[in-house]
Design a protein around this ligand. Sequence first.
Ligand code: FUL
Ligand code: CA
Length: 481
Amino acid sequence: MKTGRRGFLLAAAGAAMVGGPKPYGALPSARQLSWHELEVYAFLHFTVNTFTDKEWGYGDEDPNLFAPAAFDADAIVSALEAGGMRGVILTCKHHDGFCLWPTRTTRHSVRSSRWRDGKGDVVKEVSEAARRRGLKFGVYLSPWDRNSALYGGPEYVKMYREQLRELLTEYGPVYEIWHDGANGGDGYYGGAREKRTIDKRTYYDWPATWEMARKLAPGAVIFSDVGPDVRWVGNEKGFANETCWATYDPVGEDGGAAAPGYSRYKEAATGHRNGKHWLPPECDVSIRPGWFFHERENVRVKSAAELWDLYSKSVGRGASFLLNVPPDRRGLIHERDAASLEEFGARMKRTFGKNLAEGKVKASSERRGFEARNLVDGSRSTYWSSADGVNTPEVVVDMGREVRFDVVRLREYIPLGQRVEGFALDYWKDGWQPLAGGTSVGACRVVRLGEAVAARRVRLRVTQSPVCVALSELGLYWSGA
Ligand code: FUL
Ligand code: CA
């Protein structure tokens, strides 16, 4: 079987392999599986707000305000790359309605700006720079549009779909489509300057928009408060709950049908065990207090240590980490943000570059072709599985020498569903000593140890599971300098 990043997907296509266990519960789609492999990616909040010092533009901004004189998409993407980001999602249009590409749907875009004589196209430049550097490209397109005179009526929904069509067909492959739940209220609306409210459940007819998006970009995951592919974690602080299930059945505020901006979103940080939908969470958070660049926040950029903490509470709990790094007025990533990114990226590389759990691996139960040594082969597409009916097996790794580590990473083979409900880790020192424990594992569980441990033998016990296990990785790492 093929191994490595590509192999994970290939294996997923034929999830139930000969002699392997039966899948359990809701399962991820192929597009969700490739998304799960990204784990860490960036958000770019960039528009007229960058120049007006606002978080939400009113919609009456002069397009000439947008003037990033030194805009350099390659420099931006390379700063993100140094931070270990594997994708980038750009605010192609935020609530103020200004489009960063020369759309044919409205004049309120870069085309009406003196910036680059009206010939600039931020979406093109960022998507191409991302592709050149091997990062995936995603689009944020705000459903709420405070500029459009049409907002609130049926013509606006047509325009929104048309904008999405342009983005999905003219800028190369897109891996994620981001629909914000923030919606309605006062705005410019073509000069009306009034308050417009819409029914979040019905106005956009989301199922029709998503059907269109599916046809145009079958490989892209669609994100919103309620999916359909990736769910909002329910906070903008960058963490999922300690117990976090990939499965989730969104419910509306009133207990009925859910829609973006209309859900019991607080349930999303944990999800629903045995939910009917594989709908994993994404944790969006900004490297600064605001989503857009503000000079005064240069002293409040999150440190690499803070980013590492958020990483372990998002990716480390089976979610993804969507880190916003807003370009400044020059059109570049500010030096302080770039420095944090670089240090964070280096720390991830240093930590996960080498799995220290090498050696003899012995399990209390294993099936042929799915032996316990698959846990330490560095591949997500191979896994250890216990025999049918053996739901709480254990495995011991004997490294043959004392090894020092402070991070443990576990992964389930998720093409077969999320199975494990409880686990415990021990190390040997004059008998088995408890190290750590937890509940959900899923795509990834990172356990940070309070103190580094030196041990020759480590034991993983699955303490609760409704079915036999399918785990693809057990890793021990050293994050210290
Ligand atoms: C929110 C928006 O209102 C913020 O401005 C930002 O774009 C954030 C990611 O989503 O709902
Ligand atoms: Ca493996």
